[in-house]
Write a protein that binds this ligand. Structure first.
Ligand SMILES: [Zn+2]
Length: 231
């Protein structure tokens, strides 16, 4: 159990959850229930039937409705004493600064590397930490980026960014990555425990295994340039 000081730090924190699909549903649920004082929920998409195996904030009566609006409503009823805001929009270079300016911490719960690199660029320029997670079928990965202390996300992004989305994500596998992300967010905000900084955790739910790859901190001032013309 977190001590009172940790709880106070959570209550004074603002976290932006970018993406309210499988990862974002769970992460925002845990952050709201942990008592993070202010959540900014960002997603411009609507609920689809094939989302429901993993997007636990929604049900069949929500199909066709905006995820951000629904997520805010659900989480407000879960924890009415915290401040929950939503932005029914997709993140881009045009709006990232405005959307994230109040956030102390950014959560990557996206399914698109181009949008992730928008978050990464903002994180590097603002110095704000970014908790990264991604899913592909039975597999997933997560790490925590702290500018100046760790690698950036561009360091580990695939060379070919590819299309949005992934192979059909197994709901329970999404859960593992989401929980790792929520834990690191809480640890970063409270200063308790050891985060996944400079370690890439690779979740292999097919073989019930989590592997760890060490990431060496480097000078990230030029990492961005290799993607500049691809975004
Ligand atoms: Zn880098």
């Amino acid at each position: 159990m977190l001590r009172a000081m940790g709880q106070l730090k959570l209550a004074e924190s603002t976290v932006a959850v970018v993406g309210l699909g499988g990862l974002g549903s769970l992460i925002s649920f845990y952050l709201a229930s942990a008592g993070v004082g202010r959540l900014i929920l960002i997603d411009g998409e609507k609920v689809e039937l094939n989302n429901l195996n993993r997007q636990i904030l929604y049900d069949t009566s929500d199909i066709g409705l905006p995820k951000a609006v629904l997520a805010a409503k659900r989480l407000r009823s879960l924890n009415p004493i915290i401040d929950i805001e939503y932005r029914d929009t997709m993140i881009s270079f045009d709006n990232v600064e405005e959307l994230l300016e109040d956030a102390d911490l950014i959560i990557d719960a996206l399914d698109d590397w181009r949008a992730r690199l928008v978050l990464d660029r903002y994180s590097q320029l603002s110095g704000k930490p970014l908790v990264h997670g991604a899913i592909d079928g039975f597999f997933g990965q997560m790490t925590t980026i702290v500018p100046g202390r760790t690698t950036c996300l561009a360091c580990i992004a695939p060379k070919q960014l590819g299309p949005r989305g992934c192979r059909a994500a197994l709901g329970a596998a999404v859960g593992i990555v989401a929980v790792l992300e929520a834990l690191d967010a809480i640890k970063l905000l409270t200063g308790v425990g050891r985060t996944a900084e400079n370690r890439l955790l690779i979740v292999d739910a097919f073989n019930s295994r989590i592997e760890e790859v060490e990431l060496k901190p480097v000078d990230c001032s030029t990492c961005w340039s290799k993607f500049e013309d691809k975004l």
